[in-house]
Design a binder for this molecule. Structure first.
Ligand SMILES: [Mg+2]
Length: 237
């Protein structure tokens, strides 16, 4: 497959004809504890210290600021922006490291990825900022499984996994949508949108509120679902 260029750096993709299988990161491979702690505890704690507030006051103040920006804006995802905007001491790198030990990979992830990696070229497609992805991949021991890691926000300036995002990914990989498989926990952005474009998307619903042929409750069932659906070659037929 050669290589692709992402944010000015060349990424070599393995030269065999394995089909591409992409995963969302937060809520799919890694649980939400780390990001929740950073945004809802770490940042309010720093604001509390800087502004002489108590923690609940600072949490409320931060929440209001987050709401004003909203998750449709790039700033929402940008921790450097929040450090600057709130005049927080200490630097965001230190805050991420403070909570790095709280990164937790779901129990089945390593087993499933090592199995699927034999048949598929594995990719991460996340809308988290690159700084978060890097800590999560490192602390979760995930980096070695993946041929390519893409942040919608950091790499493309897109806040959601929109049709435009998936089109860019397919162009980058040089495949048709039918030749990409995607798995993630967000009904709209990991399932409805990619399915609507012809991508073989599967919805991971760990709470078990949904059911259907494209819904899995646990990544353990993914290898079987993929084998059964004939997704193991690149033809995408
Ligand atoms: Mg997710």
């Amino acid at each position: 497959m050669g290589s692709v260029t992402l944010k000015g750096s060349k990424v070599d993709l393995r030269g065999d004809a394995k089909p591409y299988l992409s995963f969302d990161l937060d809520g799919t491979l890694v649980d939400l504890a780390f990001t929740d702690l950073v945004w809802h505890r770490g940042i309010p704690e720093l604001l509390a210290r800087r502004a002489g507030m108590d923690l609940p006051q600072a949490q409320e103040a931060v929440l209001q600021e987050y709401r004003k920006v909203g998750d449709g804006a790039l700033e929402w995802y940008d921790i450097a922006y929040w450090f600057g905007y709130l005049h927080l001491p200490g630097g965001w790198e230190r805050l991420l490291e403070q909570y790095a030990s709280q990164v937790r990979v779901y129990p089945e992830v390593h087993e499933v990825l090592s199995r699927l990696g034999e048949r598929y070229s594995l990719i991460v497609l996340s809308n988290a900022a690159r700084e978060f992805i890097e800590v999560e991949m490192r602390e979760g021991g995930l980096a070695g499984y993946f041929d390519l890691v893409v942040s919608a926000t950091s790499d493309f300036g897109l806040v959601k996994k929109s049709p435009e995002f998936y089109r860019k990914i397919c162009d980058l990989l040089g495949v048709r949508p039918q030749q990409l498989i995607h798995v993630g926990d967000h009904w709209e952005f990991d399932y409805r949108i990619p399915r609507g474009m012809g991508i073989a998307a599967f919805h991971l619903n760990r709470e078990g509120e949904r059911a259907g042929p494209d819904v899995i409750q646990d990544l353990r069932s993914l290898p079987e679902v993929l084998e059964g659906g004939g997704y193991a070659d690149r033809s995408g037929a």
